[in-house]
Design a binder for this molecule. Structure first.
Ligand code: GLU
Length: 427
C-alpha cells in the first residue's frame, strides 16, 4: 500500500463496498509499479459526480421519482466516456466504481477519453416503452450540463440500448437547437451510429477468448465454452465463437441456464430465444441453475452478466482453464488471486469487454468527420486495436508474472500517469 493511500481522512459518499473493491485494484498496482503517490491519490476518487431526481409520469397517471447518477472519474486524456445503465442496484458507489474502470479501459486501449458512467435506479423490466422514454428524456435534461461531444459521451450499458441513445441524442439536440449525433455512441445507424457497434463488445470478447487460447497454448481442437448471460454481449460472443469452431456447452439468462456437454446448436438456439424469450427448456439440453452453470467443467468460462458473480463463496467450484470477463467486475479481488494461483488465465474486463468502447470511439470519430466506414473496415480496425492491447497485456504478464489484470492496469495507468504528470496539478 502506498504512503498516501494509508493517510487518515474522512470517507466520501461513493465509498461503498463495490467502490472500495474496485479502488483496491489501483492501490495494488500503484505499489507494484511505484506510482507517484500524488498521482495515485488523485486517481483514487471520481473527479465529479452528479445525483439527480428524475420525476416521471407513469402510465397509471401517478408521478414517481427515480434517482439518477452521472459520474466522471477522470478527463485527463479527453472527454469522459462510458455507458448508462438502468438497474435496481445502481448507486453512487457502483457508478463511481464503473466510471473508474472506464478510465483504465480507455487508457489501456489508447483511446483519447477519460472514464464516466451513469445510471438510473429502476426495475427496467417493469417499465413500459413510454415510461422508459419519459425517464430517459428527463434524466438527459437533468444531466445536460455534464454531457456533450467534447465533454462526456454516454453509450448503452445494462438494460439500455440503441433506442435509449436515440432519445438522449434527440433530447440533447432539441435543447441546444440543432442535431448533435456525436453526443452519444451506440445509437441507431440511421441517425449516425456505426456499423458493427451493436456486436462490438461480443466480438471483442470472442477475439480475446481466441487470443487467450493461443497464449495459454491450450491444445484442444474445439475448446469448450460456458457463457453466463445471453444478452448483447453473451449471445454475440456465442455466435462468433460457434462460427469459429468452439463448442458452446452451456449458456444462461436471467431465468436459468442450459447445458449439453456435446455442444449447443447456437443458430437454432438464437431462433428459439427470439420466439420464446428465454433459453430454458431448449430441446437437446438439460436445464441448469446459474450457480450450477458457473461450476461446469469447460476450457473457457465467460461471465457476461452482472458484476461480482465469482467470489470467495464459489471460487473453489470454478472449473475452467481460461476466464474471459465479458461483464464489468464479475470477479472479486479474492477470487481473482485464488483463480490465478490455481493456474487459470483471466482476461480482465478492461481488456475483454473493451470492444464496445473501441467501436464507440470509431462511431464518434466517423460522426465528427461526417464520413462513414464499412462494417468490414470497423471490424478490421477493432481487431487491430484489440490485438495490440492483447499483445501488450500478455507480453507484460509473461515478463513480470503479474496477474493479467495487473498487467492491464499497469499499462493503462502508466499512460494516464504520464499524461497527468505532464499536465501538472492546477493551480
Ligand atoms: N458500457 C460499455 C462499457 O462498459 C460501453 C461504453 C462506451 O461505449 O462508451 O464499456
Amino acid at each position: 500500500m502506498s504512503v498516501i493511500a494509508s493517510v487518515k481522512r474522512p470517507t466520501m459518499e461513493c465509498e461503498n463496498e463495490h467502490f472500495l473493491m474496485t479502488q483496491r485494484q489501483i492501490d495494488e498496482i500503484a505499489f507494484e509499479m511505484g506510482l507517484d503517490p500524488e498521482l495515485h491519490e488523485r486517481l483514487r476518487y471520481p473527479k465529479r459526480a452528479l445525483i439527480v431526481t428524475v420525476p416521471v409520469r407513469m402510465d397509471s397517471g401517478v408521478v414517481t421519482s427515480f434517482t439518477g447518477y452521472r459520474v466522471h472519474h477522470d478527463v485527463t486524456l479527453g472527454p469522459a466516456k462510458g455507458g448508462i445503465r438502468f438497474h435496481p442496484e445502481v448507486s453512487l458507489g457502483e457508478v463511481s466504481a464503473l466510471a473508474m474502470l472506464m478510465t483504465w479501459k480507455c487508457a489501456l486501449m489508447n483511446l483519447p477519453y477519460g472514464g464516466a458512467k451513469g445510471g438510473i435506479r429502476c426495475h427496467p423490466w417493469d417499465l413500459s416503452l413510454g415510461e422508459k422514454e419519459r425517464l430517459t428524456r428527463r434524466y438527459t435534461s437533468e444531466i445536460i450540463n455534464l454531457i456533450g461531444p467534447d465533454k462526456d459521451i454516454p453509450a448503452p450499458d445494462m438494460y439500455t440500448n440503441e433506442q435509449t441513445m436515440a432519445w438522449i441524442m434527440d433530447t440533447y439536440s432539441i435543447n441546444v437547437g440543432h442535431s448533435v449525433p456525436s453526443v452519444v455512441t451506440g445509437k441507431p445507424v440511421s441517425i449516425g451510429g456505426s456499423l458493427g457497434r451493436n456486436e462490438a463488445t461480443g466480438r471483442g470478447v470472442a477475439y480475446c477468448a481466441q487470443r487467450a487460447v493461443e497464449f495459454s497454448e491450450l491444445k484442444t481442437a474445439s475448446p469448450t465454452v460456458v457463457i453466463q448471460g445471453f444478452g448483447n454481449v453473451g449471445s454475440v460472443a456465442a455466435k462468433i465463437l460457434h462460427e469459429k469452431g468452439f463448442t458452446i456447452v452451456a449458456v444462461s439468462d436471467v431465468y436459468g441456464g442450459i447445458y449439453n456437454p456435446k455442444g449447443l446448436d447456437i443458430p437454432r438456439l438464437l431462433a428459439y430465444i427470439s420466439e420464446m424469450g428465454k433459453v430454458e427448456n431448449f430441446a437437446g439440453a438439460n436445464n441448469v441453475t446459474n450457480a450450477e452453470l458457473l461450476s461446469l467443467p469447460c476450457d473457457i468460462l465467460i461471465p457476461a452478466a452482472l458484476g461480482n458473480q465469482i467470489h470467495s463463496e464459489n471460487m473453489d467450484k470454478i472449473n475452467c482453464k481460461i476466464l474471459v470477463e465479458g461483464a464489468n467486475g464479475p470477479t472479486s479481488p479474492e477470487a481473482d488471486q485464488y483463480l490465478h494461483d490455481k493456474g487459470i488465465l483471466i482476461v480482465p474486463d478492461i481488456l475483454a469487454n473493451a470492444g464496445g468502447v473501441t467501436v464507440s470511439y470509431f462511431e464518434w470519430v466517423q460522426g465528427l468527420m461526417h464520413l462513414f466506414w464499412s462494417e468490414d473496415e470497423v471490424n478490421k480496425r477493432l481487431e487491430q486495436i484489440m490485438g495490440r492491447a492483447c499483445d501488450q497485456v500478455f507480453d507484460l504478464t509473461k515478463k513480470t508474472k503479474l496477474r493479467p489484470r495487473m498487467s492491464a492496469l499497469r499499462i493503462g495507468i502508466g499512460r494516464l500517469a504520464e499524461a497527468k504528470r505532464l499536465r501538472g496539478l492546477y493551480p
